[in-house]
Design a protein around this ligand. Structure first.
Ligand code: OMP
Length: 268
C-alpha cells in the first residue's frame, strides 16, 4: 500500500523544513528576468526555479493560471514542470482553485488527482463556494490516489473577508469531518492567509494541513505563523512566491532564509 498524502507531507516537512515555494511566472517576473513572455520563457523560468529549490523545498506550488495564459502550449510546459518536480522528489501542489457541481468536479479530480493523468499532482487547491459537499468527489479521488486537497477557507486577499467569515464555519467543519480518524493527518487541508490579522476558527479539530500563503509580497512575516497557527504548528505549510522569485540568482538563498525563519517560528 502507498503512503497517504498526510504521511508524505509530514515526512517532507520534517526532512526539509516548513516551506512551499510557488512558481508564479507572471509577465512582470518574466520581464524582470529578461525572458520573453512566451512558452519558452515560461519553461526557462520554471526550470530555473526547479533547479534552485528542488532539493531544499518540501513542497512546490506551480500557479496554473500563468501556464493557462498560453493555452495548450502553456499546459504542455506545465506538464513538463510537474514531471521535473516529481523527478526532483518534491511534493507538488497545483494551484488551480477549482470548484463545481459534482459531475464536473469529478472531471477536475480525474485531471489533477488520478495517478494516470498527465497533470497528476500530490494536491490541488479547491474552491468550496458551490458548497463544501460539492467537493466530495475530489476528496474521494484524493484518498484513492494518496493525494490531498487544500480548500480555500480564509484567503489572503482583503476582498475575501466578508464573504468568507460568513461561511468559514461550514468549511472548517467539513474539512474536520473528512479528516476525522485519519492518522497522522487527513487529506483535506485548508488555505489560510498568513497575513490575516485574526483567525476566529478553532484549528485543533482540523486534523489536516494548512497552506498559508501571504509571506513577503502580501505582508506576512514568518513570525505571523506562530501568532496564527500555534496549536497546529506541525501541520502548517507556509507558501511564498514573489518574495523569492525576483532575481534568478538569489532564489535558493532566499528560499533557505524563509525556510529557516519559518522553522524557527513554528518550532518555538
Ligand atoms: O491558493 C493559494 O495558493 C493562494 C491562496 C490565497 O489565499 N492567497 C494567495 O495568494 N494564493 C496564491 O499564492 C500565490 C501568492 O504569491 P505571492 O504573494 O507572490 O507570494 C499566488 O499564486 C496566489 O494565487
Amino acid at each position: 500500500m502507498n503512503e497517504s498524502f498526510g504521511i508524505r507531507l509530514l515526512s517532507r516537512l520534517d526532512k526539509y523544513g516548513p516551506l512551499c515555494v510557488g512558481i508564479d511566472p507572471s509577465p512582470a517576473l518574466l520581464a524582470a528576468w529578461g525572458l520573453d513572455d512566451s512558452p519558452a520563457g515560461l519553461e526557462r523560468f520554471s526550470r530555473t526555479v526547479v533547479d534552485a529549490v528542488g532539493d531544499v523545498a518540501a513542497v512546490v506550488k506551480p500557479q496554473s493560471a500563468f501556464y493557462e495564459r498560453w493555452g495548450s502550449r502553456g499546459i504542455a510546459v506545465l506538464e513538463s514542470v510537474i514531471a521535473d518536480l516529481r523527478e526532483a522528489g518534491t511534493l507538488v501542489i497545483l494551484d488551480v482553485k477549482r470548484g463545481d457541481i459534482g459531475s464536473t468536479m469529478a472531471a477536475y479530480a480525474e485531471a489533477y488527482l488520478d495517478r494516470g493523468s498527465p497533470l497528476a499532482v500530490d494536491a490541488v487547491t479547491l474552491s468550496p463556494y458551490l458548497g463544501f459537499g460539492s467537493l466530495e468527489g475530489a476528496i474521494t479521488s484524493a484518498i484513492a490516489n494518496d493525494a490531498g486537497v487544500f480548500v480555500l477557507a480564509r484567503t489572503s486577499n482583503p476582498e475575501a473577508v466578508a464573504l468568507q467569515t460568513a461561511v468559514a464555519g461550514e468549511i472548517f467543519a467539513g474539512a474536520a469531518a473528512a479528516n476525522a480518524g485519519r492518522a497522522p493527518l487527513g487529506p483535506v487541508g485548508v488555505v489560510i492567509g498568513a497575513n490575516l490579522s485574526t483567525l476566529d476558527q478553532p484549528l485543533e479539530q482540523l486534523n489536516g494541513p494548512i497552506l498559508a500563503p501571504g509571506l513577503g509580497a502580501q505582508g506576512a512575516a514568518p513570525a505571523d505563523l506562530a501568532r496564527l497557527f500555534a496549536p497546529v504548528r506541525q501541520a502548517v505549510v507556509p507558501s511564498v512566491s514573489r518574495a523569492v522569485l525576483a532575481d534568478p540568482e538569489r532564489i535558493r538563498e532566499l528560499v533557505l532564509r524563509y525556510r529557516d525563519d519559518c522553522a524557527r517560528h513554528l518550532s518555538s
